[in-house]
Design a protein around this ligand. Structure first.
Ligand code: AGP
Length: 619
């Protein structure tokens, strides 16, 4: 959580930092701040609240005035509070007592309490309740105030790092130096270089438009970034060499374009993303899983069981994946919430395959479970969107879902791209394990190729969904019901609605209703029922009737021409028909749009819902 950024160069530094923070805001947005080093001083502005508030503050009282074209160095932060309430004082950056160092931090310093006590005893004055502030004071103790060589500063830095427990990424500036400092241990950090300028940030999105090359920093690494060169060191202060990669993202890909919200843009991108995935994953009649997939056919034949682990929406995709692996590849599969899995004994064997699913590749719980599997020599495969993420580096195998940057906090396009790739993977496993013949495979692939067009058609429901949303957006509570492969869709529909509209919503397997949850249904309860023509259809109809009999306001998601649904529902969203396995890809669309319109009608901040952050990088 938290987004950190640093810039060195001669552009308008305030604008550069604010644009970068805007792109990082999805990581946390309860407070923000910037600091710039200029003419021997550090100028700083920070506030509780969103970035627009900081912009207003900077407009009414500019940070400082300077000559255009001068090289300046600055840092910025957008916060998701862990230690210390949301307040101006707890917003980053933080300064040391002499105001010669400014720092921004993403992560947690676990031993901050004991360090703080020691520093207070040594006379340091603290201005916040955060864990972060100890770092600058600790460093301050180790450096002479008015002059220090680069070499001695590096030594002080590595001594300081040795005292810090926890995970962190840091960005530091000081008027004592003409460079920007980045440090990574446990939290992501990248260093990018452009033409006579450079940036350090917790996410590649911040570097787009400025940097042409990017260095992925590893744990324990330190960088000193000057405007025309960068030096990397290990935690002992020894110089190291690193290879840069080309930054291939365009500004267009990280902006909203003509859309009001990123979430809406991302919902409408889904046909294109699945078309691109089809092109990448299928060549002639062959399945291609990409160059980071290294499992040999012999390995695949020996898999005894799969354990899928993930969080949130990725977990819901995993539940759908279970159906694919069990029913198509015939491999026993369990699906675990990553944060729960890490506190349980790992009763898996050497022929277990762990599949970690994550859009960001940085979710702390998923990463911890992946690491636990690696320690036990369990083979791992990560299904990821973000390349060069921690899971990309740590998993034995990776399949990318090719969804492009997903910026809205609510995951939409990554979800359908995850389901798509899980389906392809299950087909591949089934082929290798001889559980599927060519004819069946071709039939599946033929239908899969129709999905982008069917999603396009489903997106035309937008206006109808908005109209229906107007009827229900004041309801205090929603129930989502599904069965079989669409039970996870019900969970996902409820999660989408609650995270962006703040309305309580619960997803249930429809057959479980009569074992308790049905008692929540009253005449005010909208009940969204997924009732496509699949093997659970008749049972689903019975469950709808049960909910209706208790006064529930029935909204169904079903197939075109299903007259029965019209008779039993107050509102219906009709989808094109497809095979049962692929229905979740279509069902997701009205669920996403419904949540989106309800949230807009309630005036919620769709892309940045309260209390949330896109990547949850704390355990
Ligand atoms: C979904 O809309 C979420 N915001 C959230 O549940 C998310 O899916 C979860 O935090 C997992 O993230 P990941 O896919 O990046 O690991």
């Amino acid at each position: 959580m938290c987004g950190i950024v640093g810039y060195i160069g001669s552009r308008d530094i305030i604008s550069v930092l604010l644009v970068a923070l805007e792109r990082l805001e999805y990581r946390g947005y309860d407070s923000c701040g910037i600091a710039v080093s200029y003419q021997g001083r550090i100028f700083i502005k920070k506030t509780a609240g969103r970035l627009f508030k900081l912009k207003e503050i900077l407009n009414s009282s500019p940070l400082f005035s300077h000559e255009e074209g001068e090289t300046l160095i600055g840092i910025g932060h957008t916060r998701w509070a862990t230690h210390g309430k949301v307040s101006d004082e707890n917003a980053h950056p933080f300064l040391d007592c002499e105001k010669k160092l400014a720092i921004v931090h993403n992560g947690i310093i676990e031993n901050f309490q004991e360090l703080k006590e020691r520093l207070i005893n040594n006379g340091h004055k603290f201005e916040s309740e955060t864990d972060t502030e100890v770092i600058v004071h600790l460093l301050e103790e180790k450096i002479k105030k008015d002059h220090i060589s680069e070499k001695d500063f590096l030594k002080a830095l590595s001594e300081t790092l040795k005292e810090l427990k926890g995970s962190f990424a840091l960005c530091l500036i000081s008027p004592l130096f003409d460079f920007l400092i980045g440090i990574k241990k446990g939290s992501p950090l990248l260093c990018g270089i452009g033409k006579n300028e450079g940036m350090i940030a917790s996410d590649i999105l911040a570097l787009v438009g400025i940097c042409k090359k990017v260095y992925i920093m590893e744990d324990g690494e330190i960088c000193f970034l000057k405007k025309d060169k960068v030096n990397f060191y290990n935690e002992n202060g020894e110089k190291i060499e690193k290879d840069a990669q080309t930054l291939d993202l365009k500004v267009k890909e990280v902006s909203k374009g003509r859309y009001r919200h990123f979430m809406r843009k991302e919902i409408f991108e889904q046909p294109k993303i699945l078309t691109e995935n089809l092109e990448k994953r299928l060549y002639d009649k062959e399945i291609l899983l990409g160059e980071s997939f290294h499992l040999y056919p012999e390995d695949i034949k020996h898999i005894t069981n799969i354990v899928i682990q993930a969080c949130g929406t990725s977990y819901h995709a995993g539940l759908i994946g279970r159906d694919y692996f069990e029913r198509i590849s015939e491999i026993p599969t369990t699906v675990e919430i990553a944060s729960e899995l890490i506190s349980r004994p790992f009763l898996f064997n050497n022929n277990t395959l762990m599949i970690a699913i994550s859009q960001s590749g940085e979710t702390a719980d998923t990463l911890a479970a992946l690491r636990a599997a690696k320690e036990r020599k369990i083979k791992s495969l990560a299904i990821l969107n973000v390349k060069r993420s921690s899971m990309d580096r740590e998993a034995d195998n990776v399949i990318f879902i090719n969804a492009g940057p997903e910026i809205g906090v609510a995951s939409t396009k990554a979800y359908t791209a995850q389901i798509f790739n899980l389906f392809i993977l299950a087909l591949y496993f089934a082929l290798i394990r001889e559980k599927i013949n060519t004819e069946k495979l071709n039939n599946y692939l033929k239908e899969l190729k129709t999905i982008p067009e069917k999603i396009k058609k489903t997106l035309l429901l937008d206006k109808i969904i908005k109209r229906v949303a107007k009827k229900y957006y004041n309801s205090p509570h929603f129930v989502f019901l599904g069965r079989g492969i669409n039970y996870p869709s019900a969970l996902e529909g409820a999660l989408k609605l609650k995270e962006i509209s703040y309305i309580h919503a619960a997803g249930y397997p429809a057959g479980e209703m009569k074992h308790g949850p049905i008692s929540v249904i009253s005449e005010e309860t909208p009940v969204i029922c997924i009732c496509v023509k699949d093997s659970t259809y008749e049972k689903m109809i019975s469950n709808i009737m049960e909910a209706k009999a208790r006064g529930g306001r029935i909204i169904t998601i079903g197939n075109e021409n299903d007259k029965r649904l019209k008779e039993i529902s107050e509102d219906v969203f009709y989808l094109p028909a497809t095979i049962e396995f692929l229905t979740p890809l279509l069902v997701a669309i009205p669920l996403q749009l419904f949540a989106y319109h309800i949230a807009c009608l309630r005036g919620c901040d769709v892309d940045k819902p309260r209390h949330l952050a896109k990547s949850v990088t704390v355990l």
